[in-house]
Design a binder for this molecule. Structure first.
Ligand code: PMP
Length: 437
């Protein structure tokens, strides 16, 4: 599509000339980091912005431009960049000394906050990332059931080495995966039945995140609960992102209790963390006071900074009441975007739920990954670059994550930037969708 490529190249040229210091920082970093990068998702062409600082819900880059941050660290940035309660908890933890090679009061407190909040979690273990939490959950399921197969969904992301994009991820941990289609209730039910006695677990994100922020429909999620129980397999909810939806995550909202839940991202208040937890019966296998227990290691599992930040974040800031209010506030914003798209008669849709949003180039909500058209994917670099040049930073793949320090003014800036994007590109959007259909 020449017209689309020209439009993208035009924006990239403006971006490059507006950001000479970020361009230089990118070139400089290439000597010691492949492509100047240590986290692939942060790369986009022609080069990513190097950030100088973050304040509240805003970021300032090396060249001095200010952005409303809707990337929100892919949802880990729920508290923004400078929440006082979290900063002072970390300072206090540092003052008390680090690496003490012993339990501290912090992890006990954070464990209590999580277990009393999420209905399916009686006990937890901490680790350092969401990827790690999912690895522990999957190996726990395999060990507990004595089975090897794991059902996963096309488009799902459960970590850098547990992801299932279109095509093959060469670096995946070689578990015995069986792929299913998210929201395909009948097909997945039949598959669970078929794998039956070999199935250790089904792992699912209740809103398929990397696949386009597609909410799981109720019948699908209920079927997963019933069918895994019938097969004697574990149901694992990866609530890394969705735990921010309402006071008790999607498990609370749906009233469905998985066997294991994994958490991470914002739970550590912006510091590294991973969590896996479930019933007291399952978690008892990790009890070192029992003979034959399973060893769960990790030098930084109870890192005082992450634990203290998590306590402040979940105990003082993101209380259950604040979570409910934030969900309602962000859901109203998502709906307002869809009103804008309908009023402008443009094929765009804000998928997702509450503060977890993905912009799709489609008139309808996206319910299956197979509904995402090549034209929609092709439009994304244009949208990303156009909004960035307006001071609105979203994920290059089209996701937006709202954060607690955002104000109505931040939301208006995104709304208005989208309105101008439509002014400028409405005919091109239709042309691209037609060309790729
Ligand atoms: N699961 C989901 C649903 C995620 O979104 C992510 C991170 N994007 C992970 C797992 C992995 O978490 P981490 O990056 O902390 O390893």
């Amino acid at each position: 599509m020449d017209a689309l490529n020209r439009a993208i190249e035009d924006l990239r040229a403006r971006y490059a000339s507006a950001n000479p210091l970020s361009a230089a920082a990118d070139r400089d970093a290439e000597q010691y980091l492949p492509g100047g990068n240590t986290r692939t998702v942060l790369h986009f062409d022609p080069f990513p912005l190097t950030m100088a600082r973050g304040e509240g819900a805003e970021l300032v880059d090396l060249d001095g431009h200010r952005y409303v941050d809707f990337v929100g660290e892919y949802s880990a940035g729920l508290f923004g960049h400078s929440e006082e309660a979290i900063k002072s908890a970390v300072r206090c933890a540092l003052d008390g000394g680090v690496v003490m090679s012993a339990p501290t009061a912090h992890e006990r407190k954070l464990a209590e906050l999580l277990c009393t909040r999420f209905p399916a979690i009686d006990q937890v273990r901490f680790c350092n990332s969401g990827t790690e939490a999912n690895i522990w959950a999957l190996t726990t399921a395999r060990q507990l059931t004595g089975r090897k197969k794991i059902i996963v969904f096309r488009g799902a992301y459960h970590g850098g080495v547990i992801k299932f994009p279109r095509g093959h991820n060469a670096l995946n941990i070689p578990f015995d995966y069986v792929l299913a289609d998210f929201n395909d209730t009948d097909g997945t039910e039949a598959l669970i039945d078929q794998v039956g006695g070999e199935l250790a677990a089904v792992i699912v994100e209740p809103i398929l995140g990397a696949g386009g922020n597609i909410p799981g429909d109720r019948a699908f999620m209920e079927m997963l609960r019933e069918s895994t129980r019938k097969a004697g397999a574990l149901l694992i909810f990866d609530e890394m992102k969705t735990s921010r939806i309402g006071p008790a995550g999607l498990q609370g909202m749906l009233g469905i209790n998985p066997d294991l839940t994994t958490l991470g991202k914002f739970i550590g208040g912006g510091l590294p963390i991973g969590v896996f937890g479930g019933s007291a019966e399952i978690m008892a296998h990790f009890n070192p006071k029992h003979p034959g227990h399973w060893n769960h290691a990790g030098t930084f599992n109870n890192d005082v900074c992450s634990m203290a930040a998590g306590c402040a974040a979940m105990g003082k800031v993101f209380t259950p009441q604040r979570a409910q209010e934030f969900f309602e506030w962000s859901e109203a914003f998502r709906l307002s975007l869809n009103e804008l798209f309908a009023a402008r008669d443009v094929p765009m849709y804000a998928n997702g739920m509450g503060s977890i949003i993905a912009l799709h180039f489609s008139r309808e909500p996206t319910e299956r990954t197979s509904d995402i058209r090549a034209g929609c994917q092709a439009m994304r670099p244009l949208l990303h670059m156009a909004l960035l040049l307006e001071g609105v930073s979203i994920c290059s793949r089209g996701d937006l994550f709202l954060s607690l320090p955002m104000t109505a003014d931040h939301l208006s800036r995104a709304h208005d930037a989208l309105d101008r994007f439509i002014d400028r590109y409405k005919p091109l959007i239709s042309e691209v969708l037609r060309a790729y259909s």
